[in-house]
Design a protein around this ligand. Structure first.
Ligand SMILES: Cc1cc2nc3c(=O)[nH]c(=O)nc-3n(C[C@H](O)[C@H](O)[C@H](O)COP(=O)(O)O)c2cc1C
Length: 337
């Protein structure tokens, strides 16, 4: 039987499937189901600075500072008004006590003081690690990218210095150089990087001319970006590489590990295929490893990373140019009428 153990932020996990932050984690029965289905660890729902501010400011005008983040937070956190930071911490502690697998907390703040203050409070709940959810939508054209990046690096450093549990950073897919950021976060003390957060994108209903908030879950094709970055990072960073977005089946997990990821986080597939699907994914991974003669994850991790892949340009722009130059092949496959 294949050994699925992996290292996640320095913690040994029994397999590479971690449940990412989502709303189901508030339900202890669902948490137990995730553990029973075979999840190696759980990331608890993020605590957002807005929740902390709601309590501190009691909905006063200063909340408008958070306007552009509010939509996402409210949508992802529908019971926000009932979930102040104290209640959140209590639920987090209950989850830690109820499960035998590691529980990692997730924090999403704005100000350095809040990051540090709540990272410490969260650590006191007995979590195995802290995930810094770096959610940032550019809403101010005067805020130079350097400011945003330097703030993020300073926040990671401050949190890593303040707590003793391992800290990881969950990145947005939109940045001018995610690889630079990952190196800087690692230098600041982060032990892992989660690629990537799925940002909440509003839509427009043209019939009723209003904003809509459609299904937030991912599609399998969304896993190409984490696949690429896992392949680019393998062998170049000390941090754990955690692929996230569009990982729905066991075969997607295998792909991520072949590219170089240490582990994956899954959420949408649990909403779409039920929590028990974790068991099916694990069985599929084991079956594939047995068929291919792999005894453990390290036997094939990074085999198709940029470091080892036969085609040195597979992860570079050159391949993209090549595909465009051969566009007649694409037209042959999809002839235009
Ligand atoms: C209902 C829902 C709630 C989520 N809440 C959070 C959250 O609180 N913090 C966070 O970092 N990510 C949150 N996410 C994002 C997921 O953790 C994950 O990064 C994203 O869904 C991509 O993974 P997937 O393709 O497996 O769904 C949420 C996702 C969903 C669907």
């Amino acid at each position: 039987m294949a050994d699925l153990k992996v290292n996640y932020l320095g913690i040994e996990l029994k397999n590479p499937i971690v449940v990412g932050a989502n709303n189901m984690v508030y339900d202890l029965d669902k948490l137990k189901k995730m553990e029973e289905a075979g999840a190696a660890a759980i990331v608890f729902k993020s605590l957002f600075e807005e929740q902390i501010m709601l309590e501190r400011l009691q909905m006063d005008d200063r909340l408008s500072e958070y306007d552009e983040r509010n939509a996402e937070m409210v949508k992802l956190f529908p019971k926000m008004e009932h979930a102040g930071p104290e209640e959140y911490l209590m639920k987090l502690r209950m989850a830690v006590n109820a499960l035998n697998i590691p529980v990692i907390a997730s924090l999403n703040c704005v100000n350095k003081e809040t990051w540090v203050d709540y990272a410490k409070k969260i650590e006191d709940m007995g979590v195995a690690g802290i995930e810094m959810n770096m959610y940032n939508i550019p809403a101010d054209s005067l805020n130079a990218p350097d400011n945003i990046i330097n703030d993020q690096i300073a926040n990671v450093k401050a949190v890593c210095e303040a707590v003793s549990v391992p800290v990881s950073v969950k990145l947005s897919p939109f940045s001018s150089n995610a690889l630079y950021l990952i190196h800087e976060f690692e230098n600041a003390g982060a032990k892992g990087v989660i690629m990537f957060n799925r940002l909440f994108q509003p839509d427009i209903d043209i019939e009723n001319q209003k904003m809509t908030f459609s299904d937030y879950t991912s599609h399998p094709e969304d896993n190409r970006i984490p696949l690429r970055y896992s392949g680019l990072l393998y062998g170049k960073v000390k941090s754990s590489i955690i692929a996230n977005s569009g990982i729905h089946q066991g075969e997607d997990v295998i792909k991520m590990i072949l590219a170089g990821a240490d582990a994956v986080q899954v959420v949408s597939t649990l909403y779409k295929n039920k929590i028990e699907h974790i068991g099916t994914m694990l069985t599929d991974i084991e079956k594939w490893m047995d068929e291919k003669g792999y005894n453990n994850i390290h036997d094939f991790q990074g085999k198709l990373s940029q470091k080892y892949v036969d085609d040195p340009f597979a992860y570079k722009r050159a391949q993209y140019v090549d595909i465009l130059m051969k566009s007649e092949d694409i037209f042959k496959k999809h002839p235009m009428v």
